[in-house]
Design a protein around this ligand. Structure first.
Ligand code: PLP
Length: 406
């Protein structure tokens, strides 16, 4: 036997267990988010991807998605991959050379649709509003005049700037009147605020597992209306993506045959995450998210920090906070992590920090922990902060509104 080549040295790597004491940070950023115990447990199992249990899990997930998306769609799929893979599935199956798409863009994630649409050779128009603003129905109506699109894409919540597409139902209606399919990114919003797929007339909606659903990263979910399905069946081929071809995905998701090895652990985790949503009920979950976020926002403002988005278009699922002039937010976030073991997110360009309010992030102890760490860390960097006033405002809001909900 030949000795191993000395130019590839055998590394001495610590185990995950050895890494862990440094890492169990409370994840209060824009995702991934903490997961409930049931989800973590389910995600630690591996089962046969073509066995009876997986068949049942798949059936349950589709049924639970019907509730979460509020839809009677027959074509619902899980995907082994990030939420962007679901976005790519929508773009890669509904668009091809000669198809026309309008991308409503007001930030980083809504703009990603355009890159994907270009990648599959569609004709792409972008209706862009500045980051930090929302796309309103009036602008869309104006733009659609005299133009012709097969598909219009939009986000419900723009995670990069903390802005909500508040006129989403009206925009979707405009798309339908125009004869275009409405594709909606509900990655950070699903199960955190109302979304009525069928009632609003949304054709395609998708989400990831690691945000609103509070599951492990690595599984995405997507639902297609019959109209969308009829159109994607007309794809002239060849398909740009093999894994993301919905007609192939159907083998597994509708016919219980092999397509690719399904992420069984992730599916078990999503099964539990969706089941817990169902148990909590959407109504209670929306209320919990709204009160949790508003309580946090009250605390942030009382501390002396400014929320980026105006109240009318503010996204509750991801709260964006302005970084005060002259303050190094990277150092403040670093201090929050090292001193308090709480992590929040920076941004992709805007001078903001972002706190997530998705799933398990919306629990009272987590609110106190993140708000306290934020206040102390920004004060340490020299910002004018009254941390105690913020904590009192948080406490006050919770005791007035939601004594036992969180
Ligand atoms: C996080 C996010 C995405 C991308 O999700 P990945 O899982 O990272 O691919 C897309 N859209 C929105 C609105 C998001 O918040």
């Amino acid at each position: 036997m030949r000795a191993p080549d000395a130019s590839y040295p055998r590394p001495q790597i610590p185990s995950v267990n050895q890494l862990l004491p440094a890492e169990p940070l409370l994840l209060m950023g824009a995702g991934p988010v903490p997961v409930p115990t049931e989800v973590a447990r389910a995600g630690g199992l591996v089962i046969n991807h073509l066995g009876d249990t997986t068949d049942m899990v798949v059936r349950h997930i589709k049924e639970l998605c019907g509730y979460a998306f509020q839809t009677a769609d027959r074509h619902i799929f899980g995907i082994g991959g990030p939420a962007s893979a679901a976005m790519e599935m929508a773009m890669g199956n509904l668009l091809w050379p000669g198809r026309r798409v309008l991308v409503l863009q007001n930030g980083w994630f809504s703009g990603r649709f355009a890159e994907m649409a270009m990648g599959v050779g569609a004709e792409v128009d972008v209706l862009a509003v500045p980051e930090g603003e929302t796309v309103c129905a009036g602008r869309v109506a104006e733009h659609l005049q005299g133009r012709d699109y097969d598909v219009v894409t939009m986000v419900q919540g723009e995670t990069s700037s903390g802005v909500c597409t508040v006129e989403l139902p009206q925009i979707v209606r405009l798309c339908k009147e125009h004869g275009a399919l409405a594709v909606v990114d509900a990655v950070c919003t699903l199960s955190t605020m109302p979304l009525q797929k069928d009632e609003w007339g949304i054709d395609v909606v998708f989400t990831g597992s690691q945000k609103g659903l509070s599951s492990l990263p690595g599984v995405a979910l997507i639902s297609f209306s019959d109209d969308a399905w009829t159109q994607l069946e007309r794809h002239p081929g060849p398909k740009p993506h093999w894994c993301l071809d919905v007609l192939r995905a159907r083998n597994f998701w509708e016919n219980h045959h092999y397509h690719y090895t399904a992420p069984v652990s992730g599916l078990l985790a999503v099964h539990e995450a969706l089941r817990l949503i169902c148990e909590e009920t959407l109504e209670r979950r929306f209320t919990r998210h709204r009160h949790s976020s508003l309580a946090l926002q009250a605390g942030i403002e009382q501390m002396g920090l400014k929320l980026t988005a105006p109240e009318a278009i503010r996204l509750n699922s991801v709260v964006a906070i302005e970084v005060p002039a002259g303050i190094d937010d990277g150092r403040a976030r670093g201090y929050m992590s090292s001193r308090f073991k709480v992590e929040i997110s920076g941004a992709f360009g805007l001078n903001i920090v972002r706190i997530g309010q998705m799933g398990e992030q919306c629990r009272a102890p987590n609110l106190f922990r993140v708000l306290h760490a934020l206040g102390v860390a920004f004060a340490k960097e020299g910002a004018k902060i009254d941390a105690s006033a913020g904590m009192a405002a948080l406490e006050g809001y919770l005791s007035r509104n939601v004594d036992d909900l969180l």
